[in-house]
Design a protein around this ligand. Structure first.
Ligand code: 9MR
Length: 368
């Protein structure tokens, strides 16, 4: 082999290696039959916007090939005051993720939470008229979708419109427009960008009743010839519940409606359930301590092992449905930044994610 030949052999090898391991070198994403995603926090987006290089951003690039902003693209941050859009943080995030070749999802166009007060109300706090709400929805959705056109692969168009008992959530949107607020939201999004994926997203899919209503939304939109690409199952679960079968049933149900599914916000809380807490003030401290059993940031090895096994079981189920699953996204990078540390009880120490507080991949992530 002459020098020229050996250089071209080396170049070919380098290209093949890059292709095999992905542009951002090997990590968890390279072992998955679907995209592996992570929600990016406001603090991380701030680092991106300021050009800071951090361990967190390196970990994200190496291990994930799909991202979504945990908060920065919700209605409140994007249009805090009617008519005043602020895209700075979101633009920095989306440009960064596009540059790094990650599938970028938009979260969220219409959600009853993190919604600025002006959106559904009049000057005196009363519900606004039907026409006013439709006008505001159309303006917000079209402005936002158009702004990110070609840079965001898809949007959660509507989030959490259905209750656990299968009824529609009595949100302001619902009170003013009825269930058709969902149809309007999908219509406006599609008109703004016909190429954009449109998703419905919700939590608590262990409820068959909830899933039935979501499936009926999919059917309704499809029967009107409208676009809906998939249903997102948030998957905020616990170490001991719900059952994997209940989620597998949900996946089968939605797939039978002819749409894709995605696991959009996965985390597994290891802390005791706080629901049913007494309101009796004198018992508060005792309850707080009981509810926060591992406050020093060290999870006992046997609980960590249980957590790893629970993640592995769920990923085995996801792998079985890989042909229908667009992505599996975890709701935050490391335990220190999880929303679960402050919800529903503020100031706890939870361990729900794939990366430890000292920014190391948990050893059991190798088995996912
Ligand atoms: O993780 C988000 C947290 O930082 C915000 O304070 C909260 C605001 O309501 O929203 C959290 O993310 C939610 C997501 O947008 C929709 N599904 C439930 C998530 C956890 O509450």
């Amino acid at each position: 082999m002459n020098k020229k030949q050996s250089i071209s052999t080396l170049t070919a090898l380098a290209v093949a290696t890059t292709m095999a391991f992905g542009a951002n070198s090997t990590g968890l994403k390279d072992n998955m039959p679907f995209k592996l995603g992570v929600a990016v926090s406001n603090a991380q987006i701030n680092d991106i916007a300021n050009g800071r290089k951090t361990q967190a951003l390196d970990l994200i690039k190496r291990n994930f090939n799909q991202v979504v902003a945990e908060n920065a693209m919700k209605d409140q941050p994007l249009q805090p005051i009617e008519g005043h859009f602020d895209f700075d943080a979101a633009d920095a995030f989306v440009d960064w993720s596009n540059k790094n070749g990650m599938k970028t999802m938009g979260h969220v166009l219409l959600w009853h939470s993190q919604l600025p007060g002006w959106f559904t109300r009049g000057d005196n706090g009363e519900l606004c008229s039907r026409e006013k709400l439709l006008d505001r929805m159309e303006n917000h959705i079209k402005t936002v979708v158009t702004h990110f056109k070609g840079r965001v692969a898809g949007w959660d168009v509507v989030n959490e419109a259905v209750e656990g008992d299968g009824s529609y959530r009595r949100s302001d949107f619902y009170k003013i427009l009825g269930e058709e607020f969902i149809d309007y939201a999908f219509k406006f999004a599609h008109e703004a960008d016909p190429d954009c994926e449109l998703w419905y997203n919700d939590y608590g899919n262990e409820s068959a009743k909830k899933n039935e209503t979501i499936a009926s939304i999919v059917r309704r939109l499809k029967s009107k010839g409208m676009r809906i690409d998939g249903v997102g199952l948030q998957t905020h679960i616990r170490i001991d519940s719900p059952s994997i079968e209940s989620y597998e049933n949900a996946i089968n149900l939605f797939v039978a409606e002819g749409v894709k599914v995605a696991i959009t916000e996965m985390d597994i809380s290891v802390l005791p359930s706080a629901w049913g807490l007494t309101a009796e003030v004198s018992t508060k401290v005792e309850y707080r301590e009981k509810l926060n059993p591992w406050p020093d940031g060290n999870l006992p090895p046997e609980v960590d092992k249980q957590l790893g096994e629970r993640y592995a079981e769920w990923f085995r189920m996801f792998r079985r449905h890989a042909a229908s699953i667009d992505r599996v996204t975890v709701w935050g990078l490391s335990d220190s930044s999880s929303w679960l540390n402050d919800f529903p009880v503020p100031g706890r120490t939870d361990y729900p994610l794939l990366v430890t507080r000292d920014m190391k991949l948990k050893p059991w992530t190798k088995s996912l």
